[in-house]
Design a protein around this ligand. Sequence first.
Ligand SMILES: *Cc1c(COP(=O)(O)O)cnc(C)c1O
Length: 471
Amino acid sequence: MPNAPLPASASLLDRSLAAVWHPCTQMRHHLESGANALPLIPIVRGQGLWLYDDSGRRFLDGISSWWVNLFGHGNPRINAALRDQLDKLEHVILAGFTHEPVVELSERLSALTGGALGHAFYASDGASATEIALKMSYHYWQNTGHPAKRRYVCVAGSYHGETVGALAVTDVALFKDAYGPLTHPAYVVPSPDARLAQDGESAADVARRAARGLEALLAEEHEHIAALIVEPLIQCAGGMAMHDPEYLVQARALCDRYGVHLICDEIAVGFGRTGTFFAHEQAVVDGVPIRPDFLCLSKGITAGYLPLSVVLSSDAIYQAFLDERLARGFLHSHSYTGNPLACRAALATLDIFAGDDVIAANRATAAAFSELLRPLAEHPRVRHFRQRGMIWAADVDAADPSFGRRFYREALAREVLLRPLGNTLYFMPPYIATEADLAFLAERALQALDAALAAGDAAPSETTASPVFAA
Ligand SMILES: *Cc1c(COP(=O)(O)O)cnc(C)c1O
């Protein structure tokens, strides 16, 4: 049966349900009606922290639209930079050609790593950055005479994207279960998640314990291992699991000792989310931050304007690909590699960081929001309230399997967009949030929590809903 589009007179919602296959969604949940329905919301405009729908309702974006929108919607400075770029050059092939925005962006990202990661390879999304880092690591070992090094190590609960290669190093059942048989199996090492602390252990102790698990694997298998991939400080999609920087210090030392690359996936946590520009900067040895061999960035890189990702790598990696032979080069490409508009949006984003001293300003914002969230942190049904930089999370004691969905609905009814991961509530507000915005967010979240818990406690037998939100 052909799928005829709905007439233009139909509502945006109905046209979307007929023609758009939405991400990370069981579409049936949008088609249901009644109390259990999950409404699809047609957004027509965004301004600052607010999203507006086609009937004039508004929603405060408490998750920066899947963690990308650092400086709110409709940011005047990024808008102006893009308008300027649009009149100069919208796109050019990056094989054989170059342009000012891609050069300047590469230089500035390199400088932000203290020059340690001076070679920038671009793609358009996070999963592709993961793929690139994995391929580059493997190819490096091929080029340098270690053909047996072809396996990867990831951390329990990790998330590195959902393409088939990235899924191989992702350890989230909801994503992995359906496609596991397609993937090249990776080694999974213990998580340094601070919630795993046993009798009197500190977060750093948990990190050291997890590192011993990593060491045991590397000691045994390093000749077959190309790289370890980690999400520094916070495993976001896996449930906002936070760990002590000590894990990164140990991982760096172990990778050096056993000749294994360290890939830091800062796709979610880069660009100031954890309180430093890059999360791995908080892992310091003798006053100097550790550096990975590969650094993957995306999400916040254009502050939510255009798809862009990049893998930064060290000079040692880059040098191993220089050769007369074509096949020794990194023959990987994406059509939109280094798109000038996307690079320009990223440059405007970096300008805001520098001009507004965003990292310092976020410290005050974070302190204020932590204070405002105190009633939620002390709620009798909340466990493991945690915060690092501009991320807050807490686990809710709810046996009801549809808690996340109920909370999401209750929050929307109170003009707030928050999307729990299973029973984990989290906040990732845009950095421009004012104290008034944050007070609104905290108050409405608490109300939504009580409403969702009350509804779930009253109807515990309602089990039709799976944990809808995986990310
Ligand atoms: C979102 C995310 C990815 C994947 O990025 P996409 O742009 O969604 O493909 C990879 N790693 C981490 C840590 C992420 O949060």
